[in-house]
Design a protein around this ligand. Structure first.
Ligand code: AMP
Length: 416
């Protein structure tokens, strides 16, 4: 038997209903913030992700699904959302004549060749959004508030924004030099990957999962101590806005989110002070890097699958419908045609309806009524139908009424 590939999941039944509900909540929230939905291709030219995410990142070095297509093109499956959205932004030259910010959100499958474990998959979903055009800290605050409110709207109250600033180019450069000088004599105490990272991009060392708890990294200089005045003022202004919006945040001086493209704001959203449900930041250089023009931008990506897990772990009650409106039973073959057209009529009028497709006994059909948790049921029989009548029964109260078959829709409209 063929089984699903490692690190993938089938989404079915209740799980699918929970996801539909989550999608509805997120769509409605994005509408309030006036973000438009975008979907980019599942695969893109490899160079987009390699350049966009950064050649020195673990993601590109070890985790992308890269292959040649039948036309010998280098293709990569989408490992994250930002690069594709920036490619779309540039391809449509949206950086020209901008009068208002461009705001888009996505809900897309991502692909990373990771070691699968709980909350870490090879095919997973991210809900995320990007805001282009504004460098004002109020736009960082808008993006952080959208991310934060998404969790709140879903019923996850104990979330906290972990916040840091890497500063502008000048601040980052000063910090990078300080970090390199600090790390140089300690290199032997770090893992092999970090030694390599030191040569390519030392900032990434701070994100190393292997060395995360080492004193070397704990005592490393922090970006915040190297912010120039302008960057520090900007960071303080952002915190003022977050205070005004009553957003629960903490400054985490070690947070760097090692990607090359971040400047100023970086943030993650944590739940119960433990794992990250998502992260984002400002990336003012990426649009130009990928062929566009200078364009400030800020974004966020939610780990959708982890958020679903968090909903279960925190016992958040989700309003999903696990019942149907009506079940049509029939006594014998002769009432089957009526079941057929009534089911059509009910469904077209907005009621969920089931009838028996197995030619089961009446007793077995009654079992289906309960399995489907039907609110009403009707036992179609020739005697009633000869008089154009049906008996409709409330499955909870067991109250029964005899009505004209032509009044069924009106009856349900009134009673449901
Ligand atoms: P990143 O794009 O790496 O910044 O990740 C943003 C969020 O996506 C993380 O905080 C996770 O919640 C989620 N995420 C990242 N990688 C995976 C994965 N392999 N499986 C499931 N969720 C993931």
């Amino acid at each position: 038997m063929i089984t699903k590939p490692k690190g993938t999941i089938d989404i079915y039944g209740k799980e699918a209903k929970i996801r539909s509900y989550v999608n509805d909540v997120l769509d409605a929230l994005c509408e309030k913030y006036n973000f438009d939905r975008i979907e980019t291709p599942v695969f893109e030219d490899s160079s987009l992700f390699h350049r966009g995410v950064g050649e020195s990142s673990d993601l590109v070095r070890k985790e992308t699904y890269d292959f040649k297509d039948r036309g010998d093109r280098d293709i990569t499956l989408r490992p994250e959302g930002t690069a594709g959205v920036v490619r779309w932004f540039n391809e449509n030259k949206l950086y020209g004549n901008m009068t208002d910010p461009v705001k888009v959100y996505y809900n897309m499958k991502m692909y990373r060749y990771e070691r699968p474990q709980s909350g870490r998959l090879r095919e997973f979903t991210q809900w995320g959004f990007e805001l282009f055009g504004s460098n004002d800290p109020m736009s960082d605050a808008e993006v952080i508030s959208l991310a934060y409110n998404a969790y709140r709207m879903l019923g996850l109250d104990n979330v906290c924004v972990m916040l840091n600033s890497l500063g502008d180019k000048e601040s980052r450069e000063t910090y990078r030099n300080a970090l390199v000088n600090y790390l140089k004599p300690h290199l032997n105490g770090l893992c092999e990957d970090c030694k390599e990272r030191f040569e390519i991009n030392p900032l990434r060392i701070l994100d190393c999962k292997v060395d995360a708890d080492s004193d070397i990294l704990k005592n490393a200089p922090k970006p915040i101590d190297y912010l120039n005045e302008e960057s520090l003022n900007r960071f303080n202004k952002l915190k003022d806005y977050l205070d005004l919006m009553d957003i629960n945040y903490e400054v985490d001086e070690s947070l760097v989110r090692g990607l090359d493209y971040y400047d100023h704001t970086v943030f993650e959203i944590k739940i119960n002070n433990s794992y990250a449900l998502g992260g984002g930041g400002r990336y003012n250089n990426l649009v130009k890097e990928l062929g566009g023009e200078d364009m400030p931008a800020v974004g966020f990506a939610m780990g959708y699958d982890r958020t679903i897990l968090a909903l279960a772990e925190n016992e958040v009650s989700i309003p999903i419908n696990e019942s149907i409106d009506i079940y049509l039973l029939y006594v014998s073959e002769s009432e089957k045609d009526t079941a057929c057209y009534l089911a059509q009529d009910l469904r077209l009028n907005g009621f969920s309806c089931e009838t028996d497709l197995f030619n089961k006994s009446l007793k077995s059909q009654f079992k289906s009524v309960d399995r489907y948790n039907a609110k009403y049921f009707i036992v179609l029989n020739d005697e009633d139908l000869a008089k154009d009548q049906i008996k409709i029964k409330d499955n909870k109260t067991k109250e029964e009424e005899t009505i004209s078959i032509n009044d069924l829709i009106d009856y349900l409209d009134i009673h449901m």
